[in-house]
Write a protein that binds this ligand. Sequence first.
Ligand code: CAA
Length: 247
Amino acid sequence: MTIKKDKRNALVTGGITGIGLEVVKELQKEGYLVIANYPPHMKERAVKVKEEIGVNIVEFDASNYDDVEKAIKKLESDYGEIDILINNAGITKDGFLHKMPVNDWQAVLRTNLDSVFNCCRVILPSMRGNEFGRIINISSVNALKGQVGQTNYCASKAAIIGFTKALALENAAKGVTVNAIAPGYVDTEMVKKIDSDILESQILTQIPMNRLAKTSEIAFLIRHLIKDESAYLTGQTISINGGMYFN
Ligand code: CAA
């Protein structure tokens, strides 16, 4: 059964913290029907976010295809088909490759890259059928420039860029745009995990603006990319990094 909607739906993976949460708030303000995904181990926090900002929340492990398929089918029957997908779920497990546990490699690739395949694979057929869709994949400045201690993260985020270009081509004639953004270092819990001495001496010194990005600055860019009027913009990777790297 197709649900009739009076506004566009947006699903944000990893939508209860960091960039994801800010995007959720921004899109709520814009009048979208927003659904924030969270992973099973963050249930308590997700319930708090729901209470605080009144957003719809959905639990699934984005790295697990069966979980994603089951949850999104349920979302479609509750809220209608998804028009906008923000593939934001991501983790870091930093460390030099010669010391990296296999599990750290696999966890990062699964969460950051498999999740993008999983969500797109489940949602795209309806976007194509509706001849409308907006997909934003969150890559990183480190996908473009490389970063010590992040072979796993850089590999996952660079793969997203190739994925974005290929998927954009496949769907260009179907009203579905697919773009990536490559944020620099953003003021989030993920970045705050970096040892403060390293952040000061090795990271901030590389950022010409000499500060971290605000999550609101990233959400503002995404808000524009998903508009109906952004219909001619596809297959791009847009950097937003305070001048740290020009691609
Ligand atoms: N380049 C090359 N070698 C370096 C180096 C650098 N920048 N920094 C340190 N080294 C060397 C050290 O001199 C040391 O050499 P020896 O073994 O010969 O003494 C060796 O590397 C190991 O150094 P450490 O003991 O400091 O290594 P560690 O394992 O404790 O920490 C690290 C390594 C985890 C990578 C740490 O340096 C780090 O956290 N770096 C920052 C990583 C980063 O930027 N992560 C981004 C997270 S946020 C994010 O990813 C969001 C986004 O999209 C931007």
